[in-house]
Design a binder for this molecule. Structure first.
Ligand code: NDP
Ligand code: 8X3
Length: 253
């Protein structure tokens, strides 16, 4: 039987690239997201191209009840989840602390932090029973250094960093690997979401530089998940060569 990976936020960007990478290596893939039409399209593409089984689950990771309802009622053949990739997440707005939207703050914290907590707790009992599993959390360079106008997005990713460390400690006894991946600029729909559909501002994020792609991050995650049972990569910060951290980017003139 093929191993199983569950990827949250697989309708776009890094999550979608991870789904393709793992499917190409004969994993059966559980893909999640809120956009049903996108899930259907990804499902069809993966099944056709890679001949693996795909289970699309449409829910909002902020909705605790929906998360547990969907993940506790998986069909028998999907219950043995080997790898969970907590990828669903977003930034909303880029504003000074005193001017940022508090609704945006709540959505970021509810998605990036609460969503990760709910999905992890829903998946963990099976991993604990089997004494085996690997959870990959998507942090960010924003979770390593705070930058101007990053306030609550940065805080949510600092929380992902802290939770990854905490999970690694508390789940040691259950033989569960925890890997945190902290990317710099990756060209996905991230900036379009952050700037609320303003395509010009979104594109300017990547002006004068060569950003990472979703596939770059998927390759890195797949590498971490392909290591022998006794090896765990704890933490990776990965940036474009033209980026030092969340603050310093060298742009071509
Ligand atoms: P995208 O916007 O391209 O993808 C985000 C994915 O998350 C989508 O599939 C979206 O699906 C899903 N998602 C968002 N909110 C929810 C929700 N409430 N419930 C369920 N799914 C949700 O961005 P990226 O691929 O770039 O981002 C993926 C992760 O990587 C995020 O956690 C982000 O913070 C992190 N990251 C991104 C970086 C970048 O520069 N791009 C750098 C560092 C970290 P749908 O809309 O269908 O629900
Ligand atoms: C996304 C990278 O630098 O825009 O997490 O915060 S950054």
């Amino acid at each position: 039987m093929n191993p199983i990976v569950l990827i949250t936020g697989a309708t776009s960007g890094i999550g979608k690239a991870c789904a393709a990478k793992f499917a190409a290596h004969k994993y059966n893939v559980i893909i999640t997201g809120r956009r049903q039409d996108r899930l259907k399209a990804v499902e069809q593409e993966l099944e056709t191209r890679y001949g693996v089984a795909v289970l699309p689950l449409c829910f909002d990771v902020q909705d605790k009840q929906a998360v547990f309802q969907q993940l506790q009622q998986l069909p028998e053949e999907w219950q043995h989840i080997d790898i969970l990739i907590n990828n669903a997440g977003l930034a909303l707005g880029r504003d000074h602390f005193d001017q940022a939207s508090m609704d945006d703050w709540e959505t970021m914290l509810n998605t990036n932090v609460h969503g990760l907590l709910y999905v992890s707790r829903a998946v963990l009992p099976g991993m604990i029973a089997r004494k085996k599993g690997h959870i990959v959390n998507l942090g960010s360079v924003a979770g390593k250094d705070v930058y101007e106008k990053g306030n609550t997005y940065c805080a949510s990713k600092f929380a992902v960093d802290a939770l990854s460390k905490a999970m690694r400690i508390d789940l040691l006894q259950h033989n569960i690997k925890i890997t945190a991946i902290h990317p710099g600029a990756v060209e996905t729909e991230f900036s379009l979401v952050r700037f609320k559909g303003d395509a010009d501002t979104a594109a300017s994020t990547y002006t004068g530089m060569t950003p990472l792609t979703g596939a770059d991050i998927a390759d890195t995650i797949f590498y971490c998940c392909s290591l022998p049972a006794h090896v765990c990569i704890n933490d990776i910060v990965i940036t474009p060569t033209q980026q030092a951290n969340g603050i310093y980017i060298y742009r071509n003139q």
